[in-house]
Design a protein around this ligand. Structure first.
Ligand code: ADP
Ligand code: 5GP
Length: 197
């Protein structure tokens, strides 16, 4: 059976990377789509593992070559999903996780309506701000930009298939894991039904 695509969105600092890191320890046949970005690497981020860190000229060239499944601008930088790896992983039967923001999620939904969309929310805006500040990876103005963006993102949470509140990492990972399992059972039931017809 072909793998499924899972889109994980949520405001910057909500804990998407933290939760996904834990999820990958628990599930097999799960592929993380490594995005390309023009944002500079943070301390500890590794090129080719967290992101493909590239220059704007190369990003634009990739747009021209139709190399992205989706791409968007987010608070001053470009981010995009190289499509070849996603397609290959799904063909191999692996589920693919896309950690992407709202505009990208809309583009993927148009191209792959069967992709499952999950929105991660913080327990409150003040906790989101606290997490962004404690992470310590952005300047005050970048944090302000990300918080402004977060307010518009919250309004779209309702258009996603699932909402997970990350008040506790372990609980959020369990919920995400359960969503992936439930979606597999549904896909299995659909293919069983097709084989009976
Ligand atoms: P994102 O990938 O959504 O931008 P991160 O995973 O980098 O967010 O998390 C932002 C910060 O919040 C990190 O310092 C992380 O350790 C912390 N964090 C994540 N989840 C929780 C949680 N449930 N409670 C408290 N802090 C958390
Ligand atoms: P960060 O700079 O904090 O790593 O990511 C900022 C935002 O960009 C997050 O909301 C993250 O989900 C989103 N993002 C990361 N990769 C992609 C991508 O390939 N496409 C889109 N559209 N958004 C992405």
């Amino acid at each position: 059976m072909k793998g499924k695509a899972f889109i994980i969105s949520g405001p910057s600092g909500v804990g998407k990377s933290t939760i996904l890191h834990e999820l990958f320890k628990r599930r097999e046949k799960l592929y993380f789509s490594i995005s390309a970005t023009t944002r500079p690497p943070r301390a500890g981020e590794v090129d080719g593992v967290d992101y493909h860190f590239i220059q704007v000229e190369r990003f634009r060239r990739m747009i021209g070559e139709d190399a992205f499944l989706e791409y968007a601008e987010f608070v001053g930088n470009f981010y995009g999903t190289p499509k070849r790896y996603v397609e290959d992983a799904m063909e191999r039967g692996e589920d693919v996780i896309l950690d992407i923001e709202l505009q990208g999620a809309i583009q993927v939904h148009q191209k792959m309506p069967e992709a499952v969309r999950i929105f991660v929310l913080p327990p409150s805006i003040s906790e989101l701000e606290r997490r962004l500040r404690t992470r310590g990876t952005e300047t005050d103005d970048k944090i302000a930009g990300r918080l402004i963006r977060a307010r518009t993102e919250f309004e779209s949470a309702g258009s996603y298939d699932y909402i997970v509140i990350n008040d506790d990492v372990e609980k959020a990972v369990r919920e995400l894991d359960a969503i992936l399992t439930a979606e597999h059972c549904r896909a299995g039931e659909r293919s069983d039904a097709l084989s009976l017809t």
